[in-house]
Design a protein around this ligand. Structure first.
Ligand SMILES: Nc1ncnc2c1ncn2[C@@H]1O[C@H](COP(=O)(O)OP(=O)(O)OP(=O)(O)O)[C@@H](O)[C@H]1O
Ligand SMILES: [Mg+2]
Length: 230
């Protein structure tokens, strides 16, 4: 395994929230994550889970420190380069699904591949492949508001994975789901991790969901207090 797939080196995040008001998000946090790992980040509310995922995904900047993804230092990249990195290499899954409401499931899943200018036939083939792998074929022509929360999140997982990113970041993907739906969503993510070799990092509060990950990182007040490898 490539143990240095994702390197987080002494990353600090300070939010300037007003004159002389500073909130500390992360404190010199260091971690390394290998290619193909299935990783959970847990910890109490306010411990820095979202801040960490946002910095790793290039959605927010670190105040200090470095993040290196597959040999490329992403901290300090300009917005244009970051946008291309996010589009081509990272899939995001959010707590609130964030599907585009006017697009069908099929169109939502195709969207990133269209931005990448992939051939129409290739996109159609990949949508079918991922839908059958995830058992969501019957949802493909529905709009988000015609689906349950669990169905929308399955489509959001398909969307994140369709363009074959190297890394998926999922911030509390099961927070709005009942425990049975949450558990089947986790099984689906685990299957993608195993079958497509995608590195997945997710955050959660739920002990059952947390127990599915092989590598467990616990944060408190912006620092790593536990880092348990398989
Ligand atoms: N945009 C922001 N402006 C100011 N402070 C922020 C901002 N985002 C996060 N923080 C602060 O940074 C710290 C870490 O927040 P973060 O959202 O990363 O925690 P979390 O672990 O994701 O919590 P939760 O479990 O509630 O989602 C908290 O003290 C929070 O108030
Ligand atoms: Mg959060």
């Amino acid at each position: 395994m490539d143990n240095d797939f994702l390197l987080i080196e002494k990353v600090s995040k300070i939010f300037e929230t007003g004159q002389d008001v500073r909130v500390v998000g992360l404190v010199e946090l260091s971690l390394s994550i290998g290619r193909g790992e299935f990783v959970v980040v847990s910890g109490p509310s306010g411990s820095g889970k979202t801040t960490l995922l946002n910095i790793v995904g290039g959605l927010d900047d670190a105040t200090k420190g470095r993040v290196v993804l597959d040999g490329l230092e992403i901290t300090g990249l300009r917005e244009r380069k970051l946008a291309a990195l996010r589009r081509d290499h990272i899939g995001f899954i959010f707590q609130a699904y964030n599907l585009i409401p006017v697009l069908t499931a099929r169109e939502n899943i195709s969207y990133v591949m269209q931005l990448q200018n992939r051939a129409k036939g290739e996109i159609e083939e990949r949508v079918e492949e991922i839908a059958s792998k995830l058992g969501i074929q019957e949802l493909l022509d529905k709009l988000p508001n015609q689906m349950s929360g669990g169905q929308q999140q399955r489509v959001a997982v398909a969307r994140a994975v369709a363009s074959k990113p190297q890394l998926i970041l999922a911030d509390e993907p099961t927070a709005n789901l009942d425990s049975k739906t949450a558990s089947s969503l986790m099984d689906m993510m685990q299957k993608l991790n195993e079958e497509e070799g995608i590195t997945i990092i997710f955050s959660s509060h739920d002990p059952l969901v947390i127990s599915k990950a092989k590598h467990s990182i616990v944060l408190r007040d912006g620092v790593v207090v536990e880092n348990v490898f398989p």
